[in-house]
Design a protein around this ligand. Sequence first.
Ligand code: ADP
Ligand code: ZN
Length: 753
Amino acid sequence: MSSIQSSNSDFFIKKEELIKENLFKVLLPLPLSGCYDYNLPPDIAVNIGDFVVVPLGNRKIVGVIWGRSDYSVDNKTGKKYDIKRIKNIQQCFDMPPLPLENIKFINWLAEYNMASLGAVLKMAMSVKQVFEPVKTQNLYVLAVNPPINFKMTKSRQLAINFIKDKPLMTAADIAKFAGISVSVVKGLADVGVLNIHAKDITIDFPQPSLTIFPPILSPEQDKAAAGLNAAVKNNQFSVKLLDGVTGSGKTEVYFEAIKQCLKSGKQAVILLPEISLSSQWLSRFKQRFATEPALWHSDMTMAKRRDTWRAVNSGAISVLVGARSALHLPFPNLGLIIIDEEHDQAFKQEEGVIYNARDMAVVRAQICQCPLILVSATPSLETMVNVKNNRYQHLHLKNRHGNASLPVVKIIDLRQDRPPRQRWISPTLENAVTETLAAGEQVLLFLNRRGYAPLTLCRNCGFRIKCPNCTAWLVEHRNNHNHNPRLECHHCGYNQKMPDKCPQCEEVDSLHACGPGVERLAEEALSLFPTAKMEIITSETINTPRSAEDFINRVMAQEINLIIGTQIIAKGYHFPMLTLVGVIDADLGLMGGDLRAGERTFQLLHQVSGRAGRAEFKGKCYIQTANPETAVIDALLRSDRDGFINGEIAQRQTTGASPFKHWAGVIISGKNQQQVDDIAQKMAQFAPYGKDINIMGPVDAPLAMLRGKHRKRFLLICHKKLSIQKIIKHWLGLIDRPSAIKITIDIDPYSFM
Ligand code: ADP
Ligand code: ZN
């Protein structure tokens, strides 16, 4: 592993001196490149993975025993430290260790993604409260041989009469039911009539039931389930792609694999892209297993996070569903990993430690010797390439369950079927919406843009209002609490009141909203369909499990019949009466045109169109575009997913794009533009070269300024046989840079901004 600090050269501390010490490498959950050494005093015993308290400066920190050490160098200076300065491990927690599989996983993830080992550990130790003592509660019960010579009172008699045949109870409950005060209960405990038992206060995690009868699977579902079950039973690493159109029963099929995993006494983890919005998924799980699974996402209380972490680590939780961060939890006995909507970009973490949870899950499964199931109706190109290379096994469900058929896709050519000026709904789509609403069915209008308008322009001087911190226009928002227009940056969160005159030419009433966001589309929709029961759905309007559930209930109860939504609505919802989907601007995702723009647009639009007609009603999807001849639109029209993906694969193969070559983004950022430029220039001078290495840059990043920092980018591409990490490490080793300059490495980049 890269970050082990010890080396065998330059050995000037005498070996005998070292043997007297009992040195261990301790990894701390801090952005440090490697472990620090600590001495183990004779009164403490530790093992690899144990959680220990160590001093760092004048702080005390919980870290993990990463291994033995014979001697080390100082992380900062690179020189040997004075052995006498080594500090003692102060405490070892009496709790299960970080599983060895996690340690291997952290080492691997840090090395592959060129992240600091401590920052990766931090993802596994994200709840520091797990190291606090467990809170307990006193419970009371009648002593087996109570004393006889104590002072009896009327209240005491009432209490004794009540508790005689009762199990352990709190003082408050005894007091309430016996009609006495709490101090009477405590007094009885003091004289030995009642015994006290301290019970840990923790949340219970009920075990899923394995006896609920599953639906009868169709032959193709059954075949897929058998394949998954065998993999789980065999306890062997494998990756399987469970591929099938929305509604084909993928979830039912992988529920079978979860059941098999639970039967084998192992833990299962399921990653979903938007876990806090997955209440429909959770209720299906509950139907199938009689209890909800344990959850892991950002919107949980601290107590829930703490108890969940502990229960995963102790093995008490057997199935957990979560966001990508759930992959780092300390499962001691992992038997199955499932990634639903595996193509979703939410699995790529772009901040802090940059990594792709889908790809890292492959590694985690390999380390745990368990199967990984990737699930999607529109698998990612990378996954399809692995299927073609026979690295992943392909399980295909070709039919929708029951009578449901796929929606009919119609393309609306905006060059002919034009909406009126400053309007975005074409006459054809307008008619379709009117008809659908009149038939008592529901409509979704999809526009992947939050806010009212993406750009505000001065009609007088042409000035465009930009974010002061980012290379980005400010987006107008009107749906705030006081309905006063505001301007907001979608990158850094900066916001301000809409000015009443142009900030540049000071002309009054000259500012003009350009283009639509969902709020503006809603305004148009309301004027066209005044009686519609409309609702705007974005990450602002539904952002908690409760708001998502509330929204679902209202759609189900037909309290909403016109949904205007961003991509948040594309994921997994199942509304039987929703029969028309209108895509307002199919070209939006293709602008900017990065490597995956086509693929992403196909996946998103396919997924959105899949919201239509999921029950017995036939669904329709109208796609508005000004470029109907592009491959994406054509493939959507012909429902030719495989043809589209194969075309993309062939194109990436000939151009040497990812995943046929290694790609890495290298971003230099800092407050001082000159410094950023200088370092970028220096890096260009020392850039690696060779016939199998290709470097592009430095160029200004498209987001040349982000949160007040200037940014330059390189893109490094190399042959698969080379280690891109080694090349970058060597390269960065040649560059001295001030600490104010940050270099971010993005292996297998998804964002080129
Ligand atoms: P997907 O995950 O592929 O979108 P789901 O598993 O959600 O598909 O199935 C779609 C709907 O069909 C769900 O309501 C599910 O309960 C139902 N379903 C799927 N397979 C069966 C089956 N074999 N028997 C009964 N209902 C099924
Ligand atoms: Zn900004």
